[in-house]
Design a protein around this ligand. Structure first.
Ligand SMILES: Nc1ncnc2[nH]cnc12
Ligand SMILES: [Zn+2]
Length: 339
């Protein structure tokens, strides 16, 4: 199983680029930008990564992101992630970035997006990894702040496929952002949102009905509403599930309790993703392995997660067909002897 998973072609749909900041790079950038960190060394940082819930993680995550200052910093961050993608056989990735985390510190939109997109172009040319970029609004900030961020993004619209919603779910329901999402859709952006991670199933309904989202990020609390589960299955509305993240943030107490395989077997379009791998201890392959080991999934089921991600991606029909062909060839070659 492990060899099958390691080489399985994968598509990632839920990754925060700021969440790929490994402690080693954090120290390198702190030194480069003359920023004093509150940690003495890399081990000290890793020891601090014990979380009680989403908020306790977010507090450290926003602090860590402060070392990102120049275009080269954003380039280096993204390039390091893409190299990890290559190791994990990720062939396509749709990356979140949080402009407000940086513009609030005086970093220009231009600096952020130029650094990231230059690395993405190199990823395409040198690593054959395709990608899309999704701009997330921080839900703990105001609607007005999100609207200003949306307007700032307009000159870069060709480089951003969609908008999303992340940060603290509790107390910041989808309704708060229905107007800015409407404006984003009018501008031609696709939409996704974090919902049903720590928040209730009603946030998932509201994401679908009020924000018209094409995918739900996390969504694991859908099981609390049977009619919602049926709706998600019937309409193949994708969930971008992040198993290691959910255990680290105590959404589930351990991997054996995770519902991702159960949801797959109920016919939902669930996918496996890494969320903030530098903080949660694992990239794509680690997440796939953790699920397969704890939840007794078959090789075909693990391949189904990858096929779901192709289906749920924002690639066009021709690109999806190409990736599906690559995946089917891999599965056929791997499983032929036992089929
Ligand atoms: N898991 C998560 N939930 C909400 N916001 C986030 N930002 C980065 N990771 C996140
Ligand atoms: Zn996330």
């Amino acid at each position: 199983m492990d060899g099958f998973i390691k080489s399985l072609p994968k598509v990632e749909l839920h990754i925060h680029i700021e969440g790929t900041l490994e402690p080693e790079l954090m120290f390198e950038l702190a030194l480069r930008n003359k920023i004093k960190l509150r940690y003495q060394n890399v081990e000290h940082v890793r020891q601090a990564y014990e979380f009680d819930d989403l908020q306790s993680f977010l507090d450290l995550y926003y602090q860590g992101a402060q070392v990102l200052q120049t275009e080269k910093d954003f380039y280096d961050l993204t390039w390091a992630y893409l190299q990890r993608c290559k190791m994990d056989c990720v062939v396509h990735t749709e990356i979140f970035f949080d402009p407000q985390t940086h513009t609030a510190r005086g970093i220009s939109f231009d600096t952020i997006i130029n650094g990231i997109t230059r690395a993405l172009q190199h990823g395409k040319d040198q690593l054959q990894i395709s990608s899309h970029l999704i701009m997330c609004f921080l839900r703990h900030l105001s609607e007005q702040d999100a609207i200003e961020t949306l307007l700032q993004s307009v000159p870069y619209k060709d480089q951003i496929i969609g908008v999303g919603l992340d940060s603290s779910e509790q107390g910041h329901p989808p309704a708060k952002f229905s107007r800015v999402f409407e404006q984003a859709r009018e501008l031609g952006y696709l939409t996704v949102a974090h919902a049903g991670e720590e928040g209730p199933a009603s946030n998932i309904w509201d994401g679908i009905k009020m924000l018209h989202i094409a995918r739900i990020d996390h969504g694991v609390r859908c099981v609390e509403d049977e009619s919602l589960v049926k709706h998600l299955a019937k309409n193949r509305i994708p969930l971008t599930v992040c198993p290691l993240s959910n255990v680290k943030l105590k959404v589930f107490q351990n991997m054996a309790e995770h519902n991702v395989v159960k949801l797959l077997r109920e016919g939902l379009c669930v996918t496996i993703n890494s969320d903030d791998p530098a903080y949660f201890g694992g990239y794509m392959t680690d997440n796939y392995l953790a699920v397969a080991h704890a939840l007794d999934a078959s090789k075909l089921e693990m391949a189904q997660f990858s096929q779901n991600a192709i289906e749920a991606s924002f690639l066009d029909a021709r690109q999806k067909a190409g990736l599906k062909q690559v995946l089917l060839q891999y599965v056929d070659q791997q499983l032929r002897p036992i089929l």
